[in-house]
Design a protein around this ligand. Structure first.
Ligand code: BES
Ligand code: ZN
Ligand code: ZN
Length: 496
């Protein structure tokens, strides 16, 4: 898909569709909406007056052959209240435009930003919105809808002095949107196509293409390094595990500067192991590698955006299977750090593999950690599929993350980590146990388990179990993997 800045005046633009957004409360009499209305002979004002066009968020109104315009169609998308409008809404509007027009076999459109919105931030949000909105999960369908595609989007409304900001925003937004789709592609793969080995190969290929350093530890190296927690999960499967490490080093790396460690859970399929999951809905557990895929996607974006901080991405990849050699409830394992773990439930496997990955990231020099994981069903109970669960050991570091989430338009909510919850995972027969002792707070005890391995290193845990998968298509987003947290973490790294 091409994304460019439009130089023609929008009344004179020949295109399949001209798209803009309108606010609530009679906004059509103002600014660019009024300009368009004038060109179209009062058509928009008429629709507004009749009550058909209200400006309610993401409402769509399509006009065919609008008189006075050179465009074949005019699509008006509701933007809600003007004083609540932000780039998160604009991103969604752009996504709606793509999905709405694509389903009607439109191939090209011009997107007009409203007066006052011709900024770098807007162009970035629009580019992200159209790229993310364009993503489909039909890779394995043989009956392709060949006439449904968007070939080009051109953004109008930028004056000459605003064009370089617009170009910058488009480039950045495209990079980030494509990285998010790269992640979603990985998450969408079923577990028979994406084993830990295949994930490692794909990460390696991406890193080579992007010019990033990459190292993949195989099962032998993992054993040599005594990553006992990762191995304990992997031992139930015939597919060997992998530890994937991708490193971005800035051109003028300073010694003593912070190093960000991004750790992502990649269980390519989670059956639960011997503590096996119910059959109903188990197919969704192919997305249990979304945290890892997010971190790999972030590295792809960072290679292009070139932040000034070093970033180490560590992704432990394994299946969780109930094979003949699988670990059993009650087994005691020794993590790479030397801590002993009583495995009371083999389905709480994410925290086990993250234990070794977090320890390894610190050993590789990470001074600030973030992990992302589809860790607990309990986070869905707490926050549904709306907010990412945020846990942190260091409030200033966590506050930076929350600020980045706001800027990136991703909903995240911090949960408490009082010391009392730490008691829930005190081991009876080993240092620590992998589930809480029956007192609720499942997402918090999961977070505490990982924190034990982060130690004093500032650390954030993102529980994306509720938000990494979209059960129903949204007007701006396909059903399936969302790529959540990628934009937030790219923003966090870029703002260091
Ligand atoms: N991968 C699951 C968590 C999950 C649940 C992800 C629903 C996506 C949707 C994780 O490994 C798991 O099974 N967690 C257990 C932990 C429990 C045994 C303490 C859970 O949440 O039930
Ligand atoms: Zn599990
Ligand atoms: Zn899992």
């Amino acid at each position: 898909m091409q994304i460019t800045l439009e130089s023609k005046a929008f009344g004179a633009t020949e295109t399949d569709a001209l798209v803009t957004y309108v606010f609530e409360n009679g906004d059509v009499a103002q600014g660019r909406a009024a300009e368009l209305d004038k060109l179209a002979g009062g058509l928009i004002a008429q629709l507004s007056k009749s009550g058909e066009l209200t400006g309610k968020t993401l409402e769509t109104t399509l006009l065919h052959a609008p008189h006075g315009l050179k465009a074949t169609r005019l699509l008006l998308i509701g933007a809600g209240k003007r004083d609540q409008f932000n780039s998160a809404t604009l991103r969604k509007i752009a996504g709606v435009a793509v999905r709405y027009l694509k389903s009607r076999s439109v191939h090209k459109f011009v997107f007009v930003v409203r007066e006052g919105n011709a900024t770098e931030e807007s162009a970035q949000a629009i580019a992200e919105g159209v790229v993310i909105g364009d993503f489909e999960t039909d890779k394995y369908k043989t009956d392709k809808k060949n006439d449904k595609f968007i070939e080009s989007v051109s953004i109008a409304g930028y004056a000459n002095g605003e064009k370089s900001a617009g170009e910058k925003g488009i480039a950045k937004g495209r990079t980030i949107g494509e990285a998010q789709n790269f992640t979603r592609d990985l998450v969408n793969e079923p577990s028979n196509k994406l084993t830990p080995r295949v994930l490692a190969e794909k990460a390696q290929a991406m890193a080579k293409d992007a010019g990033l350093a990459v190292e993949v530890l195989d099962e032998k190296k993992i054993a040599d390094m005594k990553m006992g927690a990762l191995l304990s999960v992997a031992q139930g499967s015939v597919e060997p595990p992998r530890m994937i490490v991708i490193t971005y080093t800035p051109a003028n790396a300073k010694t003593g500067a912070p190093v960000i460690g991004l750790v992502g859970k990649a269980v390519t399929f989670d059956t639960g192991g011997i503590s096996i999951k119910p059959a109903d809905g188990m197919e969704k557990m192919k997305y249990d590698m979304a945290g890892g895929a997010t971190m790999i996607g972030i590295m792809r974006a960072l290679a292009a955006l070139k932040p000034s901080v070093k970033v180490i991405c560590v992704v432990p990849a394994t299946e969780n299977m109930p094979g003949g050699r699988a670990q059993k409830p009650g087994d005691i394992q020794t993590a790479m750090s030397g801590k002993t773990i009583e495995v009371l439930n083999t389905d709480a496997e994410g925290r086990l593999i993250l234990a070794d990955a977090v320890h390894y990231a610190k050993q590789l020099g990470a001074t600030h950690l973030v992990d992302a994981a589809t860790l607990t069903g309990a986070i869905v109970v707490a926050l549904a599929n709306v907010n990412v669960g945020v846990f942190g050991s260091d409030q200033p570091w966590t506050d930076k993350l929350l600020a980045s989430a706001k800027a990136a338009g991703e909903k995240m909510w911090q949960l408490p980590m009082d010391d009392e919850y730490r008691e829930f995972i005190k081991g009876s027969f080993a240092d620590i146990q992998n589930i809480g002792s029956g007192k609720g707070g499942g997402s918090i005890t999961g977070a505490w388990f990982i924190r034990e391995f982060a130690g004093d290193t500032p650390w954030i845990h993102l529980d994306i179990a509720g938000t990494a998968w979209n059960d129903d298509a949204k007007p701006w987003l396909a059903k399936g993997p969302t790529g959540v947290a990628l934009r937030t973490l790219v923003h966090l790294v870029m703002s260091q």
